[in-house]
Design a binder for this molecule. Structure first.
Ligand code: GAR
Length: 200
């Protein structure tokens, strides 16, 4: 079973969707750690309610980004984390974590990247008056919402669409798609040790 760490900064509804899928038996992962850069954020309460260990830190307590990432790295290694899943984590991932977890960090973003990267992608799409926006899941590199795209799903922006209605539609997709893609990535190429079920 793969150990995953979810990184979040706020509400954590995507984190909750993963907890629910694991509990329902539809996501073969152990959520080993929540990493949060805002100790008062609601995602930390969700972790505590679900019995998921959390590492909530304040960047201001560290001399540099390298210093807090080093501590995150230690926590991840202690929990034997295999994959990092960014779910509303509003910071760029630095070189220390990128090197240690190369090819095993994914992110979800509420737009059809490369359109509308960064903060408030939903507001950006409404302001640009585009007819379609969506959700992107991608591998993480050193850029802001860049890196190879794994999947995208489109959402139509209707006449009179509000920020709230668009966010509801986007999050409904996110909560279904993210656990689904994660399950696919985690089971891809997995070697089953029971000879009868070996796929190799
Ligand atoms: C999600 O919609 C996610 O796509 C977005 O933050 C939200 C977090 O919601 N991520 C980004 O904008 C990354 N650049 P949640 O805390 O309820 O899961």
């Amino acid at each position: 079973m793969n150990n995953i760490a979810v990184f979040a900064s706020g509400n954590g509804s995507n984190f909750q969707a993963m907890i629910d899928r694991v509990q329902a038996g539809n996501l073969a992962a152990n959520i080993a750690l929540l990493v949060c850069d805002r100790p008062g954020a609601y995602c930390v309460e969700r972790a505590k309610a679900a019995g998921v260990p959390d590492f909530a830190f304040n960047a201001k307590d560290y001399p540099s980004k390298a210093a807090f990432e080093q501590e995150i790295c230690q926590q991840l290694l202690k929990e034997q984390v295999d994959w990092i899943v960014l779910a509303g984590y509003m910071r760029l991932i630095g070189p220390a974590l990128l090197q240690e977890f190369a090819g095993r960090i994914i992110n979800i973003h509420p737009s059809l990247l490369p359109q509308f990267p960064g903060k408030d992608a939903i507001g950006q799409a409404l302001a640009a008056k585009v007819k379609w926006t969506g959700v992107t899941i991608h591998f993480v590199d050193e850029g802001m919402d860049t890196g190879p795209i794994i999947v995208q799903e489109r959402v139509r922006i209707e006449e009179g669409e509000t920020r709230e209605s668009l966010q509801r539609k986007i999050q409904a997709i996110e909560h279904r798609l993210y656990p689904e893609i994660l399950q696919m990535l985690l089971t891809r190429g997995e070697v089953k040790h029971d000879k009868k079920t070996s796929t190799y």
